[in-house]
Design a protein around this ligand. Sequence first.
Ligand SMILES: Nc1nc(=O)c2c([nH]1)NC[C@@H]1CN(c3ccc(C(=O)N[C@@H](CCC(=O)O)C(=O)O)cc3)C=[N+]21
Length: 328
Amino acid sequence: MGGIPVEKALSALGNVLSGLKNKIPFLKDGNDDEATIIDGKKIAADIRLEIKAEVDELKTKYGGKVPGLAVVIVGERKDSQTYVRMKRKACDEVGIHSFHSELPETISEEELIDVVKKYNENPDCHGILVQLPLPKHIDEEKVLGVISLEKDVDGFHPLNIGMLAMKGHEPLFMPCTPKGSIVLLERSGVELKGKNAVVVGRSNIVGMPASMMLNKKDCTVTVVHSRTKNPKEICRQADILIAAAGSAKMIKGDWIKKGAAVIDVGTNSVEDKSKKSGYALVGDVDFDEAKKRASFITPVPGGVGPMTIAMLLQNCLDGGKRAIEGTK
Ligand SMILES: Nc1nc(=O)c2c([nH]1)NC[C@@H]1CN(c3ccc(C(=O)N[C@@H](CCC(=O)O)C(=O)O)cc3)C=[N+]21
C-alpha cells in the first residue's frame, strides 16, 4: 500500500530537515535572521510522485482502471486557460485520465448544467472541476451545487463545506488551496496544535475553509477581513499566518510576529516592465520584509500555487479510489 515508502520517507525527512536546519544553530547556513523558504514546487513534485505510484497500483489491481477528472471551462479568459492547461499536464504526469469541455462564453446556465450532469452520470469520471470565475449571466453557486457530492474535487459543494465546519464530520473533499497550505506547514514540520492562527480573508474558496481546517487541527483561529478594525495588531499575534486577501504586498514586515510561519496565498499580477510578459506575480505578503521576521515563509510564485494542483490530483485519486474500490 501507499506507493514508494522509501523515497517517500526520505523526501519527507528532507523537507523536515531543511526546515529544522534554521532552528538548530550549528546546522544553519546563511543569515540567522532569515526565514526558511518553503519550496512549494518541490513538495508538490514529491506529492505528484506519491500519487503516480498509487494510480499505478490501482491500475494494476483493477484491470487498467484509473481515476478520471473532468475539467469544464467557459469562455476564453487567458488566466483560466493557463490554469486549465497546467491541470491537464499534471493529470497526464500522474496517469489520471482527463476529460475536457471547452464551452463558449454565450452558453446558457441550463446548457452548462446539462454538461455537469452528463459527467455526474459518467462512471469513468470521478471528479468534476468547473473553472471559476464563470461569466456574469451564470449563477456559480447553482452550477457548483449540481456537481455530485462524490465528484466534488474542488470541495466547493455546500454539503462538503458544511461537513468541514461540523464537529464529528469529515467532508468527502476539502478545497485544494487551503488544503495545500496546511500540507505545506505539516511537511515543513510546523506544529499546529494550540497555536494562534490568523487567516486574512474570508472567501468561500480560501479564507473561510482555511479557518475551518486550522480549527480542526486545534489552532485558535482569528479571521481578519476588510471590516476588521486593527488587522495589523491581530496579525502580530499570529504563530501561523495565512494571507488570502487578494491585495498585493498588503502584509508588511511589522505585521509579522517574530518566528511566525507565513503562508502567502495571494497571486496578484502587477505591472513589471522588466519582465517579458510585462507583469509579475506577487503575493499578499511583502516577502522581502516578512522573511526577516518569519521562521518559515512561502514564495509567490512557487509556494501555494503548485500545491493547489497537487491537492486537486490527490482529491481525484481519493474520489477515484472510493469509486473503483467500491468503498464510500
Ligand atoms: N474551480 C476552480 N478551482 C480552482 O482551483 C481554481 C479556479 N477554479 N479558478 C482559478 C483559481 C486559481 N488557481 C490556481 C492554480 C494554480 C496556480 C499555480 O500553480 N501558480 C503558480 C504560478 C503560475 C504562473 O506563473 O502563472 C505558482 O504560484 O507558482 C495558481 C492558481 C486555481 N483556481
